[in-house]
Design a protein around this ligand. Structure first.
Ligand code: NAP
Ligand code: GLV
Length: 315
């Protein structure tokens, strides 16, 4: 049996870790497949469409990413079990990202940064965390971990998911029918949804306009968007328009419709927008390879796989 690394980035690094961890393993790196029929397992990140279909004895696909939208976009993806990456290392990094950016906007750091550049000593009103409502779109592995961390600061945490949830300290909303109520109950929106046909383009101007605007009671100057899910969830031009119209106060965006973000995007230069290069939670290659080998071992022992992707749901 052979293990194929089919990854658009860090492939040789993954292969080196795999050989190190299991010297007996026959590790191959695409596009050098060798005898394709010997390959039973693949670790994949954005492989060329159709590549995995050429492996007649493939038994398992391990996604390098937590998100599997790119893999599912392959019209020729073989019908073998696929597991996505779930790991404490990745979850920890995403929790840091969400907490960092919630705190950054809540404590008005973009404005303090601008004042510092102008050498202006000025107080700005900052509410206490317990006066700020943070809404998480997506209450899965990453969203629920972020919710727990935000609760420690004292934020009022809300969450929205596809199926109803019950999480301690989180006001939970579910499904399209409760989306508007969730948005009206949210000052800072942090998005950790997967990209699926149902969520594609969900973050448009209409949705952003539904975020809480408490008028005279406003604790923050306006609603804030943090998106670390996928770029396909958002309409970049709508975010820019919402910012320009004052409907959105600030944003932190780790993902974009087109990556890298084109130089022409106004999001690069907005004073209250933080742009990061899809690195909110880049996981350590060693953790990914260890995870893949654990899943392969489970399959070979006939044990259940973890974090199986449900192709019907799209995540
Ligand atoms: P997960 O455990 O599968 O959780 C997904 C959450 O989204 C679940 O709560 C799910 O609801 C909810 N959801 C899915 N479709 C929905 C819909 N149509 N309406 C409402 N809620 C919906 O995934 P995860 O591990 O937390 O990861 C989330 C995403 O983060 C990944 O798919 C990936 O795109 C992104 N990500 C980004 C980075 C980065 O560096 N920027 C790194 C890792 C992951 P249910 O609970 O009801 O199923
Ligand atoms: C990164 O974007 C991932 O899906 O893990």
């Amino acid at each position: 049996m052979a293990f194929l690394i089919a990854s658009s980035s860090r492939a040789e690094e993954f292969a080196a870790f795999a050989r190190d961890l299991d010297p007996a393993l026959d590790v191959r790196v695409a596009p050098n497949l060798g005898k394709a029929e010997e390959i039973e397992y693949a670790l994949a990140w954005q492989p060329p469409n159709g590549l995995l279909k050429t492996l007649p004895n493939l038994r398992l696909i391990v996604s390098v990413g937590a998100g599997v939208d790119a893999l599912l976009a392959d019209p020729d993806l073989p019908h073998v079990p696929m597991v996505r990456f779930v790991d404490a290392d990745l979850t920890g990094r995403m929790t840091e990202y969400v907490a960092l950016h919630v705190l950054y906007h809540h404590r008005r750091m973009s404005e303090f940064g601008e004042l510092q550049r102008r050498k202006v000593w000025k107080y700005l009103a900052e509410p206490a965390a317990h006066e700020v409502r943070v809404g998480l779109m997506g209450l899965g592995v990453l969203g629920s971990a972020a919710a727990r961390a935000l609760g420690v600061f004292g934020y009022q945490v809300r969450g929205w998911s596809r199926s109803p949830k019950s999480l301690q300290g989180v006001a939970c909303y579910a499904g399209p029918g409760e989306l508007d109520a969730f948005l009206a109950d949210t000052d800072i929106l942090a998005v950790l949804l997967p990209l699926t046909p149902d969520t594609h383009g969900i973050l448009d101007r209409r949705l952003l306009a539904k975020l809480s605007r408490r008028g005279r009671d406003a604790r923050l100057p306006g609603p804030v968007l943090i998106n670390a899910g996928r770029g396909g969830l958002q309409v970049d031009a709508d975010i820019a328009a919402s910012l320009a119209a004052g409907e959105l106060y600030a944003a932190s965006l780790d993902v974009f419709e087109a990556e890298p973000l084109p130089h022409s995007s106004p999001l690069w230069s907005h004073p209250r927008v933080v742009v990061t290069p899809h690195n909110a939670a880049e996981s350590a290659p060693a953790a990914i390879v260890r995870y893949a080998l654990r899943q392969i071992a489970a399959l070979r022992r006939g044990e259940p796989l973890q974090n199986l992707v449900d192709r019907g749901r799209g995540y």
